[in-house]
Design a protein around this ligand. Structure first.
Ligand SMILES: C[S@@+](CC[C@H](N)C(=O)[O-])C[C@H]1O[C@@H](n2cnc3c(N)ncnc32)[C@H](O)[C@@H]1O
Length: 303
């Protein structure tokens, strides 16, 4: 049995799954859908209870992800605090005025808002997210920022509500590790990018992650359990048809960073189950989890 099936069996075990995950009846449900429901529930809770991680020697989440003060300058109070990023793909994407950008798993919208500055009023940014509470938070952040060239759509990265060949850039920040079917996500990314369009993805990859962590839904929702091994991640992107697939940046997390990521040290009394589970596993996870920034290109029609 694959680990994904084992994970779902653990979620659905004892018939309590529907209560735990919010999924509509589990044994018959597609395993991928069970995982997506649990992920959705986690991010709905995180965004509605406000205050993302901060802390320790690792600094705030936005510092760890690599956002600069210059990038964040001018944003209304509270916008930067709604990020759940593990990198800063917008800073490295050489977007031009007038281009169309899709942010897969846009969360509360920070990257999409930053991208609007790069593409200007004649360009457009589409933020896509499956969690309704995230879409609501992103729309509120866009209103407060006064940005108009952005649209947030609710939808699944494995089946994107986006037209073929319609985007110049795809960005994504700490999302694809959460998708049960990564092949479908990169297949969809390839479909919606125009020929010659570019991908700039920040995400988590692993190095020999223990099987019991892969079978732990809290670790999956915390962006670690579902993160593929590094080579597997690159192969999945190549298999979708992308070329020039390269890791441009890599940061391997130590124990302190993993604790910081979980947010548990900021407010132990208010920490979510996911944060507590990750903090508990920090010694086991140290050195086995990296944030990477990956760039790739969809070949042009002539190639
Ligand atoms: C770790 S958060 C990152 C959010 C945002 N990119 C950021 O940097 O703050 C992951 C986000 O991905 C979304 N997500 C996870 N799986 C998804 C899927 N299959 N389709 C669309 N959105 C998804 C979640 O709802 C959540 O908002």
């Amino acid at each position: 049995m694959s680990w994904i099936k084992k994970l779902v069996r653990r979620i659905v075990g004892g018939g309590s799954c529907c209560l735990d995950t919010g999924a509509t009846c589990c044994p018959q449900t597609d395993p991928g859908e069970v995982i997506k429901e649990a992920v959705k529930k986690n991010y709905a809770e995180l965004i509605t209870t406000a205050g993302t991680g901060c802390c320790g020697s690792t600094g705030t989440i936005e510092q760890l992800a690599g956002y600069t003060d210059e990038q964040l300058e001018g944003l209304p109070d509270g916008v930067r605090e709604t990020t759940f990023a593990c990198g800063n793909p917008v800073a490295f994407a050489e977007m031009k005025e007038g281009e169309v950008v899709l942010d897969i798993g846009s969360g509360a919208g920070l990257d999409a808002l930053l991208a609007t500055k790069k593409v200007g009023p004649n360009g457009k940014v589409i933020g896509l997210d499956m969690t309704p509470e995230m879409i609501e938070a992103a729309r509120a952040n866009a209103r407060r920022t006064g940005v108009e060239n952005v649209e947030f759509r609710r939808g699944d990265a494995e089946q994107m509500p986006v037209e073929d060949d319609s985007c110049d850039w795809i960005i994504s920040n700490c999302v694809i590790n959460l998708a049960p079917n990564k092949r479908k996500v990169f297949g969809e990314a390839y479909r919606v990018l125009r020929p010659g369009g570019k991908l700039m993805v920040s995400d988590i990859v692993t190095h020999g992650l223990p099987a019991e962590i892969r079978q732990d839904m809290a670790a999956w929702a915390g962006c670690i359990g579902g993160a593929p091994e590094e080579q597997e991640y690159l192969e999945t992107i190549r298999a979708a048809g992308f070329r020039q697939v390269e890791i441009a940046e890599k940061l391997t997390y130590d124990e302190d960073t993993i604790r910081g990521m979980s947010g548990e040290c900021c407010s132990p009394e208010g920490a979510s189950d996911v944060a507590l589970a990750l903090a508990e596993r920090a010694p086991q996870l140290a050195g086995r989890v990296s944030s990477v920034r990956i760039s790739a290109v969809k070949p042009s029609r002539e190639e």
